[in-house]
Design a protein around this ligand. Sequence first.
Ligand SMILES: Cc1cc2nc3c(=O)[nH]c(=O)nc-3n(C[C@H](O)[C@H](O)[C@H](O)COP(=O)(O)OP(=O)(O)OC[C@H]3O[C@@H](n4cnc5c(N)ncnc54)[C@H](O)[C@@H]3O)c2cc1C
Length: 395
Amino acid sequence: MTARRAVVSGASIAGLSAAFWLRRTGWEVTVLERAGAFRDGGQNVDVRGVAHEVLDRMGLTAAVKAQNTTETATVFVDASGRVRAELPTDGPDGATAELEVLRGDFARTILDHLPEGVEVGYGDPIAEVVDGQDEVEVTTRSGRVLRADLLVIAEGVRSATRDRLFGDLVGRRVLGIAMAFGTIPRTSTDDSRWRWYNAVGGRQVHLRPDNHGTTRAMLAQARSEDVSGLDRAAALAHFRARFADAGWEARRVLDGFDRSDDVYVDHLTQITMSTWHRGRVCLAGDAAWCVTPMGGGGSSLALVGGYVLAASLSTGSVEDGLAAYEEWMRPLVDDVQKVPDWVIPFAYPRTRVGLALREVVDKVMTSRLFAPIIAKVSQVARTERPLPPIAAART
Ligand SMILES: Cc1cc2nc3c(=O)[nH]c(=O)nc-3n(C[C@H](O)[C@H](O)[C@H](O)COP(=O)(O)OP(=O)(O)OC[C@H]3O[C@@H](n4cnc5c(N)ncnc54)[C@H](O)[C@@H]3O)c2cc1C
């Protein structure tokens, strides 16, 4: 039997996981990444729930563990840096997960361990797709033509190929939260904890340790204008105008971002779709179901999706496999995407009264009585269902 062929668009966690598992199950795989080289940047992501098992099956748990960000706990601080409350943990999936890793380190680990034979090409993205009865034909911007049994679109939340092919089906729930992530120099006041500061005006400042001798910072504001289309200078100016008076370490973060070369800005938007496949084309990761950091677990779902896709396709036709992939993944995603309307105003209080109320609630919720309930909130990508089995390679 000749090997089936897949084209995967996007070389981050979802695309590389799909490439890894499709190749393991005998597919010929070509990955097309839009960027001119592997994209190394990005801040803290984690491995949660059933993603632990997928990572184990890839044989990569030790490799990811070795790159742990060294974070030990999550605390809320006040404007002077004093700890107001500490988020409880309950096993490996607490607010600070057992497997905390930088996005770039995580994606590179999968890239470095791809089974032999996966082709990864950079800087030549898809220009055109013709989805036919027997094959899907992909033409890249340089004119290269690839004929395949399957196209996997794993291009992230703002996927252009998804919008072209599934435009009418792409639902967007704009959460109205602007976030800027970046790497800044570590100082002697930084420690091994994730420190989280809330300021009036629906603003948050976060500082987290990493394993590279630097500090990972994040600024976030609710009810914000859309920042997703801003270039670097405009994005930095936007956050400076809104955070200069936020207090605690906000000014240090703003100054650090000015000198940082990996500032990543996002306007949180969930992607909701009634289907993740059409003909011989399917979606994976944020392109299909972006849950945003408000839901959490985006990297875990991206990793799991690659496995479930290949497992579902390993037992039958592309059509049946894509239906089975979607059926298995859907409940996991639905669970994380449910962000009730009250959560954002609670997480981002606007007024002094709101902030004071939030501080009282934090004290109660992190008390011994409520800690077990709160610890459950961070448990995403969990399921009692076993992962679908993967059949032996069909080559
Ligand atoms: C550089 C970078 C930094 C990030 N930093 C953070 C962060 O700090 N905090 C956070 O919570 N999340 C961050 N994310 C998002 C996070 O990685 C995802 O939410 C999650 O891991 C799911 O991954 P994904 O593979 O579905 O999508 P993504 O990680 O977004 O990857 C999508 C990939 O597709 C590529 N791509 C896009 N368009 C095309 C195209 N037309 N053709 C081919 N390739 C294309 C992108 O370059 C990227 O490599 C970052 C993503 C990237 C790419």
